[in-house]
Structures are given as structure tokens and as C-alpha cells.
Design a protein around this ligand. Sequence first.
Ligand code: ECH
Length: 327
Amino acid sequence: MTYSIKSAQKIFPGTKVADAVPATVAMFNRLSVDDQLAFLWYAYTELGRSITPAAPGKANLQLMEGLLNQIKQMSHAEQMQLMRDLANNADTPISRSYGYFSVNAKLGFWWQLGEWMKQGLVAPIPTGYQMSSEVAAVLEAVKQLDPGQQITVLRNTVVDMGFTPAVASQEQAEVINFTFPRTGPVSTTQLTIEGITEPTVLKYIAAMNADDVEATIALFADNGALQPPFQRPIVGREAIAAYLRDEGQGLIVKPKQGISEGIEDGYTQHKITGTVETPWFGNVGMNVAWRFLLDPQGKIFFVAIDLLASPKELLNLTRRENATQLR
Ligand code: ECH
């Protein structure tokens, strides 16, 4: 049997992912624009009480300084309109610029506006704003999630803002990339994952913790694919490299345990569970699984990164669906 990406996506079908995340984002998307902004304000400030995001760093913000200063100088009414345009995906010059930002640049942009909102330099939530019952319901849904899932909801709503033309024009594209300098090297010399000896998997983890994109993509097959949480697979080394340069940096990945199995024709599959920390929220460990399918040459044909439904899932290393119930 030869594998397709479609069939590879089905390995370890018993893995339970955090479906509550896309469900909550769908609830958010049904809110009116003003309610969306209010929700984000309350969710973000509420979250900030227990988990504070790291400042993105001056160098990163300098890349968008012109745009930020332009916004700072606007009247509160204009600032409010700008925020509505972003949330509405309206076609305006600023909304277009935002559309070309990297994911981390989008988060950094809002981080700065959030700081300025706290200081009163950017239009705050209007005094006397009455929270609608819809906003209250989405906030309640978010409270039920674990911190890793909460920050994923925030991230995903921010990423979808702004205007992205159907056909991207390269001249207009002014992609702003962020870099997250590591505070220190992640020690991987002692890396062991209970149940895993496969060198490709161990090298993948070490390369991720070193922000070594070249070393990571060298582990993939020519048409290999990487599927981030709640996204479609990214296919091919070049596309994966571009993705990792944007979103894979500064992560601390802490795999704990795994299972390896030969399948057929020399293919092997490996499931590893553990936690991942983003540089934005250093103290939040997101519970994840990596599901690898390696080809007979030991190259990565497919790897999915799943955000897990609950910490209990960290121990779910069975190959079949409902295997525990069958026992
Ligand atoms: C304010 C009100 C008005 C509207 C808005 C506001 C501001 C909101 C702000 C939100 C900031 C949110 C942030 C969220 C960050 C989330 C980061 C996450 C990262 C997850 C990464 C993972 C990585 C997994 C991977 C692994 C691999 O092996 C391969 C690569 C990869 C309040 C002003 C909007 C400021 C900062 C969830 C899981 C492990 C797939 C990347």
C-alpha cells in the first residue's frame, strides 16, 4: 500500500483533539463585530490575570512602528473604526497591511494596541458598555477550556482578522516576520522519550528546540507534510520551512512518552505526547500529540500536531479507536 496524505491523516484514530477550540471560535464568529472586540478585551484581560503574555520585544515592534504610530495619532473614533475594520475583514489599507503580517506579527500588533488601550492611548471599551448575553456565553465557553486551549482560541481569532486578497500581489506584500530570541538553549542532549528510539523523531524534536529549520525539513520526504493543530496539511519542504520560520520559532517542546509501530512495506508510525510552550506564554504547557508516519527510508511522510482534548489524552497511546473500551 502506498500512503496518501489523506490516509496518513487517519493514523492513530483514537486521538481525541480539543474540538472545543474550533467550536468556541465558531461561537465567536457569530458575534457582532463590536461584541467580538468586547469579547477579546474581556477574555484577554481576564486571562492576563493568571497568565501574562510576554512582551514581543522592541526589535519586533519596530518593524511595524510606522503603522502603530499612525494608529496612536488617530482620534478614538478613528481607532475604533480601525479595530472594527480589522475584525470585519474590511478592505482598507491598514487591514490589507495586517493581512500580510506573519501570525506572530499579528499577535504583536494587538499586544501593543492592548497595552495602549490599558493606558488610554487607544480607544478603550466604551464606558457603560453592556455585555450582551452572547458575549457572556462565549466567555463562559472559554472559561471551561484549559489554558493551552484558551490561548489557542485567542490566537485563532486574531489570525483571521484583516483583509487578505484572494490573489496575493507580491509587490504589495510586506510580510513582517517576528523573531523570538531564546533566553537560553533548551537542553536536548539528554533527550529521551519513553517508548521511542526512532532517530528521525528524536532529531525532529531536537531541531525544533534549536529553531533549526534546515535540520527539521531535511527529515521530511520530498512530498512530506506537516499538519498544525486545526489546520490543513502543509505539503513540501519549502512550504514547511516557510511555515516553521514564521510559527515554529522559540517553542519549547517537551515530549514525554510515545509508541512506535511498523505498519507495512517498511512504513512506521509513531505517536508521541507531551507539552509545548509558546514564547508568548512561557508558563502555559499545551498538551499535544505528534502523529508521525515515516516512509521506508525513515523520512517523515506526514506529521500531525494535535492539541489534545484533555491531559488524560497524554496517556492515550493506543493505535486503534476505542481500544480501551474493547478490552
Ligand atoms: C485586545 C482587544 C481588542 C481585540 C484584540 C485584543 C488583543 C488580543 C491579543 C491576543 C494575544 C494572543 C496570543 C496568543 C498566542 C498563542 C500561541 C499559541 C501557540 C501554539 C503553538 C503550537 C506549536 C506547535 C508546533 C509544533 C511542531 O512540532 C511543529 C510546528 C508547530 C485585547 C487589544 C484582538 C493581544 C499572544 C496557541 C501548538 C509543536 C505546529 C508550530
